[in-house]
Design a protein. Structure first.
Length: 103
């Protein structure tokens, strides 16, 4: 019985911890107009953001905001956002499952 208990405990501790999904960002509305709340682009040319790497999204958003990526619509959308707000948006989109490939 002791071996079984030890094995069960070891198995439980080795299982990945399921993190709670991030809270929906307050500033999601403007992003969702083009990129979708689910991270799937809604208009031609708007890339899918769902499932992108967190660090990539975080850095890209900062570059748009700071003008290092010169896309006027993205600069206008991200210009008033703080680092914390950009982080929440990046966390939201990176946590979403990527869209299924078209058949």
């Amino acid at each position: 019985m002791r071996t079984f208990s030890t094995a069960a405990l070891a198995l439980a501790l080795s299982a990945p911890v399921l993190a709670a999904p991030p809270e929906k960002p307050a500033r999601l509305g403007l992003c969702a107009a083009c990129h979708g709340e689910d991270g799937v682009g809604r208009i031609p040319g708007a890339p899918n953001l769902a499932g992108q790497k967190l660090d990539y999204l975080r850095e890209a958003l900062r570059q748009y905001r700071d003008g290092r990526r010169d896309i006027p619509v993205m600069r206008a959308a991200t210009g008033p956002l703080t680092d914390a707000e950009l982080d929440r948006l990046a966390e939201w989109y990176s946590a979403l499952p990527p869209p299924k490939a078209a058949q």
